[in-house]
Design a protein around this ligand. Structure first.
Ligand code: NDP
Length: 254
């Protein structure tokens, strides 16, 4: 796997915390000379991660970029400003990880603004990032797109109408895309995590830590590192192998 990922250029959205952050570190631990483009809105966290990566490997190259995937104009700016020969033309792997849940109210009570932020981030943002890489990958007839979905996309729950439907959209989008690209060497995969303890766990309850902790009663949740290992596993297969669809649970989650 180290050999297969050696020197690869990898773009991770939502790399400032949780699964995205852990994924960046896992790529470096697996192949110390990877080239990472770390994107998220919180640049300070990305800079800290870059420093941490630097301490792990002097061979890794890291580009930190502020990016709000929910804003199509920001996505256009990101691609326009990404150095072409050094980074854009060399891109091998896109990990569409940025995502969020903003409130778990019932459908009649959820604010329009929260509906929009979830759809614009989890769905439209992911689609826009993917649309930008397809021509790059087609030009080289190579590349890997890994989308982070969720068990929520398969098993919707009350209060999750918006979040769950965004993740169902990620699944459907990924599967359509994979089928559209079967005649190419471009791989497309979705990874659906179950319960993972990250900032997300608290954000979804608008910062209410007691409510967040209650979700994990009787369950030892996954860590971001657990999902990161799966992302790197999927990315690190032989080029003819696509692990198209993966569901990852903590062992106690039913
Ligand atoms: P975190 O909240 O720790 O991480 C979410 C990441 O997404 C952050 O880095 C955040 O960075 C980024 N992000 C959010 N909005 C935007 C935006 N508009 N533009 C760019 N980046 C953005 O949570 P997780 O690591 O848990 O979440 C990662 C993914 O995993 C999400 O897609 C989530 O839906 C999914 N998931 C999580 C599960 C869980 O139980 N934790 C379960 C199943 C799926 P910043 O704020 O700096 O922009």
């Amino acid at each position: 796997v180290a050999k297969r990922l050696s020197g690869k250029t990898i773009l991770i959205t939502g790399a400032s915390s949780g699964i995205g952050r852990a994924t960046a570190l896992e790529f470096v631990k697996t192949a110390p000379d990877v080239r990472l483009i770390l994107a998220a809105r919180r640049q300070e966290q990305l800079e800290e991660l870059k420093t941490e990566i630097g301490a792990l490997s002097s061979a890794a190259e890291v580009l930190v970029t502020k990016l709000d995937v929910s804003d199509p104009a920001d996505i256009k700016k990101f691609w326009a400003e990404l150095p072409k020969e050094e980074w854009k033309d060399k891109l091998d792997i896109l990990v569409n990880n940025a995502g969020l849940v903003k409130g778990l109210e019932h459908v009649g009570d959820i604010a329009e603004e929260d509906v929009n932020i979830m759809y614009n981030t989890n769905v439209t943002g992911l689609i826009n990032m993917t649309q930008a890489v397809i021509p790059l990958f087609k030009a080289r007839n190579a590349g890997t797109i890994i989308n982070i979905g969720s068990i929520a996309g398969r098993e919707p729950y009350p209060g999750g109408s918006i979040y769950c439907s965004t993740k169902a959209a990620v699944r459907a989008f990924t599967e359509s895309l994979r089928k559209e690209l079967v005649s190419t060497r471009i791989r497309v995969a979705v990874i659906d995590p179950g319960q993972v303890e990250t900032e997300f766990s608290v954000v979804r309850f608008r910062g209410d830590k007691a409510k967040a902790d209650a979700v994990y009663a009787g369950v030892e949740p996954l860590t971001g590192e657990d999902i990161a290992e799966i992302v790197v596993f999927v990315a690190g297969r032989r080029e003819n192998v696509v692990v198209a669809d993966t569901l990852v649970f903590p062992s106690h989650q039913g």
